[in-house]
Write a protein that binds this ligand. Structure first.
Ligand code: SAH
Length: 218
């Protein structure tokens, strides 16, 4: 899925070598997907020539598409094999969603802003991703109909792990979530072991705010 041949192929190869491999994102399945998914299509046309830079970019509505490295790093932390159902909170541009769709069996993604959700849904469909469901809603409440899920990725930063998300995480499951204040967070791996929350910090990050009942106010 996704396009494999376009004018940005060499830019993606450079991203993989210079922004990912050098910073210890080395999982071959993740690298192959990041060489393939056409990130430039997930930003507006005027920003396309910056789509493969080592930074986030605005996507409208005061939100951003995450830096390529962060997308690669979070994807690697999930350790997907291709069989999984993944719950994503914060669809945004849909770029991380596309990467997950290539790494897992199915992706259920929630976005609170309808315009971003619509745009991402249309683009993902156009690119041929038929294993992705995008829903407008409040992601801190999770997606009860899909629970329990073994893999959850949150791509906006909240003050703590939203309890409904931990409840919906299956025993033995893993969640990757930025936790901190409104500006700086720690990328945290959360696992459910015998019903208990085990957390592991995996480095600092800066995400836009996770907004909702169990996070920041709008
Ligand atoms: N992975 C996306 C990140 C977009 S920024 C990308 O790379 O494009 C984070 C997104 O999370 C924003 O679009 C924001 O609107 C959304 N968001 C914030 N709080 C949310 C919540 N409670 N539920 C669902 N989406 C949320």
């Amino acid at each position: 899925m996704g396009r494999t041949r376009d004018a940005y192929e060499s830019a993606r190869a450079r991203v993989v070598e210079e922004q990912l491999v050098r910073r210890e994102v080395t999982e071959e399945r993740v690298l192959a997907v990041m060489r393939r998914v056409p990130r430039h299509l997930f930003v507006e046309e005027a920003l396309r020539n910056r789509a493969y830079g080592d930074h986030p970019l605005p996507i409208g509505e005061e939100q951003t598409i995450s830096q390529p490295y962060i997308v690669g790093f979070m994807s690697q932390l999930l350790e997907l094999t291709g069989q999984e159902k993944v719950l994503e909170v914060g669809t945004g541009s849909g770029y991380q969603t596309a990467v997950l769709a290539e790494l897992a069996r199915r992706v259920c993604s929630i976005e609170r802003l309808p315009r971003l959700a619509e745009r991402a849904r249309a683009l993902l469909e156009k690119l041929g991703y038929d294993n992705v469901w995008v829903r407008v809603g409040s992601g801190t409440l999770g997606w009860p109909d899909e629970a329990p899920v073994h893999w959850i990725l949150v791509t906006a930063g909240g003050p703590s792990v939203p309890p409904p998300l931990f409840q919906q995480l299956a025993e033995g499951g893993r969640m990757v979530v930025p936790v901190g204040d409104a500006v700086n967070q720690v990328l945290t791996v959360v696992e459910k072991v015998h019903g208990e929350m085990k957390t592991r910090p995996c480095g600092e990050c800066k995400f836009v705010k996770l907004v909702g009942k169990y996070a920041w106010e709008a």
